[in-house]
Every structure is written in structure tokens, then in C-alpha cells.
Design a binder for this molecule. Structure first.
Ligand code: ADP
Ligand code: GLC
Length: 485
């Protein structure tokens, strides 16, 4: 089984969110399965600085895609045996800014071409005239940036290789003005409802959903949700039509990168057997963030993109009340400017109790995950979510809303679930600020009872959140897709 894993981000090379975590960890996990007989390589654009991070990067071929001349580089993903093929085209990818946006957060105006080229290169590598000696029999595409690959494979190349399209977030679809069609070399005849057209636009996401042989998404609950109007962002009809081809597989976590007993970002290490180090990390974190170093103040952690999806606008209005009740809150995130400013103002108002770090910061994210007592994630929708899984593994019980992967990974705490050793976190009744406040208050009551709290922490830390079982499910999906007619 030869698999090409196509993605627009992969940790530790480039990351804006959970897609990078998955892309950096799943191929490694697949390769480590004894039952996986074959290879899996990552295909990714060579953004600025990416080639320098690859181990032993060297050019292996040149290729023309959508009239753009590209050089393919091959190297190893750091700390792994996974090969990465990086597409070098400096005018498309060598830029200051993020993978999708410039420094001011505006989408690059040529994103259709930038990710069209990624998608086109992937499909060209499945053809007999590919410039590489290695040929995939399965292409695993991830999110809209790779959505045109299955369309190219079916419409232009008619190859025997199969494709899987995995949805990590229905909210981002890559819909572009129909002008881009000729540049993307998409056949006009398929600009229709049974094709890649979506409300008069070219939709990368819809192309992936329509043309891929099999579909998956990142949790069983989200797989059901996206077939409904509330979560499908207009594509629920197509997803319902293809529901027999759609599988929900929960993400796992990279237990090398996210493990409190070896995490290099932590000043002390701990495990479920010996959790003492967590206290010291909290104290150090409070000091570094300018909070009162009071171990009796419950410290709530937030690490997140500040977007509507994440529901953190529900946290802001209840902060004064939480502070009045003696809570501390450590927030790390960036995104919507209005919400960034609201949090910054609250920090000014309560400097001893609220800490706000705007930006992206890997070390602080690990320190908050380990040092906080509770992790807050009131998402309005959440395809899978990785932070709640990190919270479980770090003995920092998550407070989550009842949606998507949060439902599939966190068990609410009550008398019954404590008795049965299944309690791992706290689930909101509704996605409202009142419900968030009530759930935090309930969680703090449990936190004050140290013996019960240790049980809840332990249940979470013992929960299987590694990639092992999910990698097996992907293997089954890979086998099913390859053997399908
Ligand atoms: P999403 O992909 O929707 O943003 P996930 O929970 O799946 O949500 O993954 C988010 C990932 O990004 C996690 O690894 C989280 O720690 C990380 N992350 C989010 N915001 C920041 C930030 N400001 N600094 C560091 N890491 C962040
Ligand atoms: C998306 C989703 C998140 C998921 C991640 C990785 O960014 O928002 O819920 O965990 O992809 O699959």
C-alpha cells in the first residue's frame, strides 16, 4: 500500500491549527502499525523556511502544474521516519506571512492557484508519466486546500489510484469566483451541481466531497452533524447523499509531542502515578504570567484560535463574576481583533487574575495545558478538537460543549460517572454564557474536593488518546478504498 498524504500544514514544519497536528502524527502512526505494509509520504508546499527544517532535503524532480514550474524536494519529517515531498515554487509559496494569509490576516489573493497547484501536483504523481519512480495507489487529501486532487484524478488523469477526502472543518470551503476555472484547468462541462460548482462559484471543498472515492471526517459525531443544515454549511445534501461513503474517525494525539512525563516545554514532569510536578508548573506559570502565585486559586486555561467556532466570546462576559469568585484565567490565542481587545481590556482590569497572550506560542501552550487546573473549550461546533485531548492527557480536565469530537472524547462528571470511573471532564448543557458559568462553578466545586479531583484527573490521564486505535481505523478505510471498484 503506497499512500500520498496531501496537506497544507504539518507539525513541526508549519502549523496554524489541529490539521498540522494530525498531518504530523497520523502518517507516523500509520508507519508504526505492524499491519501497515507499505509507505506513506506527505506532500506539502515549500513555504518560506520549510525546506530548512526538513532533514536531508534534496531536489528529486521537476514538474509543471497549472503552467507553474515546480521543483520537488524530498526530506524527512523531523523525529520520524516519514518522507516529506515539498513543492518548491518561490513565487507561490516563499512569502512572509502565514500559509493562507498575509501578515495582516488577509487571504492571499492567489490562494486558488497556490492550492490548485498543490492539488494538481498530487494528481500528477499518480500518473504513469509521473517524474517520480514511486507511485501512490491511494491519495489521502485533507481539507479544501487539497479538494481539487480527486477532481483532477477523475476528470483529467483517469488514473487507477484511489482517493480519500478528509474534512477537518466544513466552515472553510475554498470557494472562488468562477474566473479561476481556466487557470485551474478545470473542465467547464463539470461546473454544475453534479460537479465542483457551488452557488455559481468553484468550490474546492465540494470537489473533494463529490469526486473522492471515500470521505472521512475527524469524529463520528461530526460525521452525523455535517449531514444536517446546522453544521453542513450548505453541503449537507451532498454529504447525506454520500453518507455510505463517509466515515468518522476520532483524531489521536502525538504522545511524543504531548506527554507530561517528557514534554521539553515543561519545567517539571509528571504522570498519573506521580502528579506532584503539576503543582510546581502551575506556580511557575502564575509567576511568569504575572498572576498571584496562589495555589488555592483555580486556574482556568484557554489556548485557541479566537474565532466564532470556538465560542470564547461566551467567556468574556462571565470573567468579572469568575474573578469575584477567586478564579484566575490564562488565555493564549489570536484571531478576531474585537475579541482580542476585549480580553486585553479584561487583563488590564484584573492584572492579578487574568493573563492574555495574543499570538501563537508553542511553549506557552504546553505550559498552560500543564499548569492550569481546568481547560475551557465552549466551541459552537468542533469537528474533533485536540486541546481537550491534551487536557485529558495532562490531568487538566476539559470543560466542553456537547458538539462534534468533544462529545466523543469527554465524559461529564456526576455522581454516577465518578462511581463508574468514567468522569473525565465537564459538559455544558447549552452553548450560552450562563451555562458556561454554571459548568465552571460545578467543576470548581469538584476541584475543591482533592480526592475526587484526583480520580477525575486519573480517569482522563488513563483514557486512550494516542493514535493507535484510530490509525487502525484509517488502515481499514485505506484497504476498503483501494479494493473498491
Ligand atoms: P483548530 O484546529 O480548530 O484550531 P484543534 O483543537 O484541533 O483546533 O487544534 C488546535 C491546535 O493549535 C492545538 O495543537 C493547539 O494547542 C494549537 N493552538 C491554537 N492556538 C494556539 C496558539 N495561540 N499558540 C499555540 N498553539 C495554539
Ligand atoms: C480543524 C477542526 C478541529 C480538528 C482539526 C484537526 O481545525 O476545527 O476540530 O481537531 O481540524 O482535525
Amino acid at each position: 500500500m503506497q499512500v500520498l498524504f496531501v496537506t497544507s500544514e504539518a507539525f513541526p514544519l508549519i502549523k496554524t491549527g489541529g490539521l498540522a497536528d494530525v498531518s504530523g502524527a497520523l502518517p507516523k502512526a500509520m508507519k508504526s502499525l505492524a499491519e501497515f505494509n507499505g509507505d506513506i509520504k506527505i506532500l506539502i508546499p515549500a513555504y518560506r523556511g520549510l525546506l530548512d527544517q526538513l532533514i536531508d532535503a534534496k531536489p528529486i524532480a521537476s514538474i509543471q502544474a497549472l503552467k507553474q514550474s515546480c521543483i520537488l524536494f524530498s526530506g524527512q519529517l523531523p523525529d520520524s521516519d516519514v518522507e516529506v515531498i515539498a513543492i518548491q515554487n518561490d513565487s507561490l509559496y516563499d512569502r512572509i506571512g502565514g500559509p493562507y494569509t498575509d501578515e495582516n490576516g488577509n487571504d492571499w489573493s492567489d490562494n486558488a492557484l497556490r492550492f490548485g497547484v498543490l492539488s494538481r501536483v498530487a494528481s500528477l504523481l499518480t500518473r504513469l508519466d509521473s517524474p517520480l519512480p514511486w507511485q501512490p495507489d491511494l491519495v489521502h487529501c485533507n481539507d479544501w486546500q487539497t479538494g481539487l486532487t480527486p477532481a483532477y484524478m477523475k476528470l483529467l488523469d483517469q488514473v487507477s489510484a484511489k482517493s480519500i477526502f478528509s474534512v477537518h472543518n466544513m466552515a472553510y470551503q475554498g470557494n472562488f469566483n468562477s474566473d479561476v476555472m481556466s487557470q485551474l484547468e478545470l473542465p467547464l462541462a463539470h461546473f454544475k451541481i453534479n460537479g465542483f460548482e457551488f452557488y455559481h462559484q468553484v468550490s474546492f471543498m465540494k470537489a473533494g466531497l463529490f469526486y473522492a472515492d471515500q470521505l472521512s471526517t475527524v469524529s463520528p459525531t461530526y460525521a452525523n452533524e455535517i449531514q444536517t443544515e446546522s453544521y453542513g454549511f450548505g453541503l449537507q445534501g451532498l454529504l447525506k447523499l454520500r453518507s455510505l461513503d463517509l466515515t468518522g474517525i476520532l483524531n489521536g494525539i502525538d504522545t511524543q509531542a504531548w506527554n507530561p512525563s517528557i514534554d521539553p516545554h515543561l519545567i517539571k514532569h509528571y504522570s498519573s502515578k506521580n502528579i506532584r510536578g503539576k503543582k510546581g508548573i502551575k506556580k511557575d506559570l502564575q509567576r511568569k504570567l504575572g498572576l498571584n502565585a496562589d495555589e488555592n486559586a483555580p486556574l482556568l486555561g484557554v489556548v485557541s484560535r479566537l474565532a466564532y467556532q470556538k465560542g470564547l466570546d461566551l467567556l468574556a462576559p462571565i470573567i468579572p463574576q469568575l474573578v469575584a469568585e477567586g478564579c484566575q484565567i490564562a488565555i493564549l490565542g489570536s484571531g478576531e481583533k474585537a475579541l482580542e481587545n476585549t480580553f486585553l481590556q479584561l487583563q488590564q482590569q484584573y492584572p492579578d487574575a487574568i493573563s492574555v497572550t495574543i499570538g501563537y506560542n508553542e511553549p506557552i501552550s504546553h505550559a498552560i495545558m500543564a499548569g492550569a487546573d481546568l481547560f475551557i473549550m465552549p466551541s459552537r461546533f468542533e469537528p474533533c478538537g485536540l486541546n481537550q485531548l491534551y487536557g485529558l492527557a495532562y490531568g487538566t480536565p476539559p470543560i466542553v460543549s456537547a458538539t462534534g469530537g468533544l462529545v466523543d472524547s469527554v465524559r461529564d462528571t456526576n455522581t454516577d460517572s465518578i462511581k463508574h470511573h468514567t468522569a473525565t471532564g465537564f459538559v455544558l448543557k447549552d452553548i450560552t454564557d450562563a451555562s458556561l458559568l454554571e459548568t465552571i462553578q460545578t467543576a470548581i466545586t469538584y476541584w475543591q474536593d482533592k480526592k475526587t479531583w484526583r480520580k477525575i484527573q486519573n480517569n482522563g490521564m488513563k483514557t486512550e488518546v494516542s493514535w493507535l486505535s484510530s490509525a487502525h481505523l484509517y488502515l481499514q478505510l485505506y484497504q476498503k478504498t483501494i479494493s473498491s471498484a
